[in-house]
Design a binder for this molecule. Structure first.
Ligand code: HEC
Ligand code: HEC
Length: 233
């Protein structure tokens, strides 16, 4: 296309911007929603999508959810448990963001979020493995020093510093003290199991709350054993 042609197209698109936006959604608005707790209709929610998902391979943080760079092209979601992108997102809104109803496809926030996800680099277009560790077994003793690094990488973004809880998000337990106090009756082995189970199941499989589950791909048993040792359970 010639330069004048291109210019004309962009002028026409700009002129129709108002209505076009409503139909297609706008990536900039989607990005703002993605990074804010306000993508949930529940004002008590403190998580944003960005709490648990990266949007580019340049972001090397290890989060519980898969990177969403390429998600619109994936054939399935949630480790094959979901076939539908909207359904997958609604799982997150319901289970992790206190939004009981989730979104319908024709809502503005659904369109804006989709436009943003579509605008991301299509880096991981294939299904992302997500293996839920169902049966909870006690783990062999880990290395507390290594566990400190893993805790900082995987847990501190929500739980803050260990012991003090400094910097934690609203509602996240102060580790290890809150958990120890709450489940004192369980004894040392029971407490270890509670921590392992919470990390593996998050808000699912008999647990409630808003914490995401950590899959076998994101966190190995050996690394989890290190975190448990670091927390002193
Ligand atoms: C508290 C953490 C958390 C929050 C907040 C969260 N998610 Fe998720 N999300 C997960 C986990 C865990 C999974 C399941 C593992 C996976 O497949 O990524 C998941 C899965 C997904 C999937 C399927 C990805 C795939 O390839 O399987 C999509 C899409 C998604 N989330 C979108 C969103 C959007 C959009 C938001 C914000 C409205 C959001 N999530 C908020 C943790 C979260
Ligand atoms: C996205 C935020 C987030 C991340 C990341 C996260 N947690 Fe949590 N966690 C929470 C929230 C919120 C709660 C309290 C609500 C609930 O039970 O889900 C919680 C609760 C807990 C509890 C308390 C269980 C109980 O019954 O007392 C433990 C133990 C725990 N988390 C361990 C961890 C460990 C270990 C990691 C890192 C591997 C981790 N969490 C990562 C948000 C998070």
């Amino acid at each position: 296309m010639t330069r004048t042609g291109l210019l004309l197209v962009s002028l026409v698109v700009a002129a129709c911007g108002g209505t076009d936006d409503v139909v297609r959604g706008a990536p900039e608005r989607g990005k703002a929603l993605f990074e804010s707790p306000s993508s949930s209709r529940n004002t008590a929610n403190v998580h944003s999508c960005a709490t648990c998902h990266t949007t580019s391979s340049l972001d090397t943080r290890r989060l519980a959810g898969a990177t969403l760079a390429g998600v619109v092209a994936r054939p399935s979601f949630w480790g094959g448990a979901q076939r539908d992108l909207l359904g997958s997102t609604n799982d997150c809104l319901r289970y992790f963001m206190l939004d009981a109803t989730g979104m319908t496809a024709d809502e503005a926030r659904a369109k804006d979020l989709y436009a943003y996800l579509e605008s991301l680099p299509q880096e991981v277009p294939g299904a992302v493995p997500f293996t839920v560790v169902g049966d909870i077994l006690d783990l062999p003793g880990g290395d507390a020093a290594r566990g400190a690094g893993s805790y900082a990488a995987l847990c501190s973004s929500c739980h803050g510093k260990a012991t003090t809880g400094e910097g934690r998000i609203v509602g996240a337990a102060r580790l290890p003290d809150d958990t120890r106090a709450e489940h004192l009756i369980e004894g040392p082995e029971g407490l270890r199991k509670i921590v392992i189970e919470k990390v593996r199941h998050g808000a699912f499989l008999g647990y409630s709350g808003r914490m995401p589950p950590f899959s076998a791909e994101v966190l190995s048993d050996a690394e989890l054993a290190d975190i448990v040792a670091f927390l002193g359970f």
